[in-house]
Design a binder for this molecule. Structure first.
Ligand SMILES: [Zn+2]
Length: 210
């Protein structure tokens, strides 16, 4: 693998070392999540974005011609810019940079999920009282742990907890929310890779929904 310059121990909000995540992505193991990564939206978003960023380098390395000299340097400077504001997305356009706060991505995701009839939605992995309140506070305060959204570059991972109506097909409702939220984040936030993790946490009985 080509030599890289270390990122000077930049960490994600969860404390994960970006150098190690880049190493993992560069080795083609961006989808091999350890126990922490399986539960961490920050790491999942970072591994997704870093894998995509590293792809041209990996492709060049696999081909008969060696990677052009400037390629790794260019990718590394892009990675450095992305991790500079760890709680913001970053899209570079010819007109300048567009950054969107993770809390804004979270609000868009939650509000678009609530458009699906008959569901109750909270940020995080539980819609219940204290857990949901902690997730909301952490997410909107840009604090880990319990933050329900991880962003890097144009990649976002969102955790949503959902209560479905009694008798509603939970998995179909979950898919519908995933599709709807993904479309919203792509259209309204310009994100490219969106993952929406759904935890069905409760069933709404009778008329107490919404
Ligand atoms: Zn993490």
């Amino acid at each position: 693998m080509p030599a890289k310059t270390p990122l000077d121990a930049i960490s994600l909000p969860c404390g994960a070392d970006v150098d190690l995540l880049l190493e993992q992505a560069a080795q083609g193991r961006g989808a091999d999540w350890d126990a922490h990564q399986q539960a961490c939206a920050h790491c999942q978003a970072a591994l997704g974005e870093l894998t995509a960023l590293w792809e041209p380098v990996a492709k060049a390395a696999a081909g008969p011609v060696s990677a052009p000299p400037g390629l790794v340097t260019a990718v590394m400077s892009q990675v450095r810019r992305l991790v500079h504001d760890i709680w913001y997305t970053l899209e570079s356009t010819e007109l300048g940079a567009v950054r969107i706060a993770a809390r804004t991505v979270a609000a868009l995701a939650r509000d678009s999920a609530r458009m699906i009839p008959g569901v109750r939605v909270a940020l995080g992995r539980s819609i219940h009282g204290e857990v949901a309140a902690a997730a909301e506070k952490a997410t909107f305060g840009h604090r880990h742990p319990h933050a329900a959204v991880g962003v890097l570059g144009r990649t976002a991972v969102v955790d949503l907890a959902v209560a479905v109506g009694y008798g509603d097909p939970a998995h179909q409702v979950a898919r519908e929310i995933q599709r709807h939220v993904t479309a919203t984040l792509r259209d309204q936030a310009g994100l490219r890779d969106v993952t929406v993790n759904i935890t069905i946490d409760d069933v709404i009985d009778g008329d107490d929904g919404r």
